[in-house]
Design a protein around this ligand. Structure first.
Ligand code: SAM
Length: 284
């Protein structure tokens, strides 16, 4: 067996999001070599280790999740301060992505203890790569709030962002959530990725109105879902006729300079270009 690469400190391990084969060789090495294993759900961690033939060999397997962080953290920090090699894995995917791990990682960094990660599956990234939507700039915003009014407020805050949006959602709220997204975002291009890496994996692509109508009719789908929404359409740059019309109106009551300033700001154009055009119109 290759010599262990795992160093003292905390290593965050990404785990499969459905297909047990999606775990890296480095992640398995880390699980094999760690002095202690912290897991969101120790049964889920045990199952994964069993599938891949990694035995516990009497090492501590410590539950660590949002609700027991206060009591579990001191034990983990003690091991880490003593130079222990501790790994942490959440139930599925990348720790800290809508999953526990943040408080632990923060505490580790605050004490100058090394933090490492073995990268791997993440439902948000897989959904983005399958969505067919722009991927040069994207925003992951986790789960929208459950209640309708709070969800709409949350979506309204995201609406102006010029990026693709990625949201996790529960299947039972999917139809209601898509209806709110349609109302707030309009009929943008979107995708719903479901059961990624599993037997019934599917990605539906279409405009938000068609997806909202589809799930309103079909009801809650089975399994886990990610919603990806394309960015807002870029505003068309103002044409010459728009600039002239705005300038003529402004010039009726303003100086050339003030009219150019107002129109340049309103149409998001360079002030010099608008000023030159205002002068030309005035001299006509
Ligand atoms: N840490 C995980 C990751 O890296 O993707 C996310 C954990 S979060 C608690 C669980 C949510 O992730 C689900 O409700 C769903 O929105 C999304 N998700 C996880 N696995 C998925 C899968 N196989 N297919 C679709 N969505 C998935």
């Amino acid at each position: 067996m290759a010599k262990s690469q795992l160093r003292p400190g905390l290593t965050l391990i990404a785990t499969p999001i459905g297909n047990a084969g999606d775990i890296t060789l480095r992640a398995l090495d880390a699980l094999r070599d760690a002095d202690a294993i912290a897991a969101e759900d120790t049964r889920v961690a045990r199952r994964l280790m069993d599938i891949h033939g990694v035995s516990l060999r009497g090492r501590p397997l410590i539950p660590y999740h949002d609700h027991n962080a206060a009591s579990a953290m001191p034990r983990l920090m003690e091991l880490l301060r003593g130079g222990g090699r501790v790994v942490f894995l959440s139930d599925a995917g990348t720790p800290m992505v809508a999953d526990p791990g943040y408080r632990l990682a923060k505490a580790v960094l605050a004490e100058g203890i090394p933090l490492e990660a073995t990268p791997g599956p993440c439902a948000a990234i897989m959904a983005l790569t399958l969505s067919g939507l722009p991927s040069d700039r994207f925003t992951f915003a986790g789960f929208p709030p459950n209640k309708r009014e709070a969800r709409r407020t949350f979506l309204r805050e995201l609406a102006p962002l010029p990026t693709t949006l990625i949201l996790y959602e529960s299947p039972k709220r999917l139809a209601a959530s898509l209806a709110d997204m349609l109302e707030v975002f309009g009929p943008r291009d979107a995708a719903v990725a479901r059961e990624l890496t599993k037997m019934f994996e599917e990605t539906r692509r279409g405009s938000l109105d068609s997806l909202a109508a589809m799930y309103a009719e079909e009801g809650a789908p089975k399994g886990e879902v990610v919603v990806v929404i394309g960015p807002p359409a870029a505003a068309e740059p103002a044409g010459e006729a728009d600039i002239d019309a705005a300038l003529r109106e402004a010039l009726e009551t303003m100086t050339t300079k003030d009219a150019a300033k107002k129109v340049a700001t309103a149409l998001n154009l360079p002030r010099k270009q608008v000023y030159d055009r205002a002068l030309a119109l005035k001299n006509d």
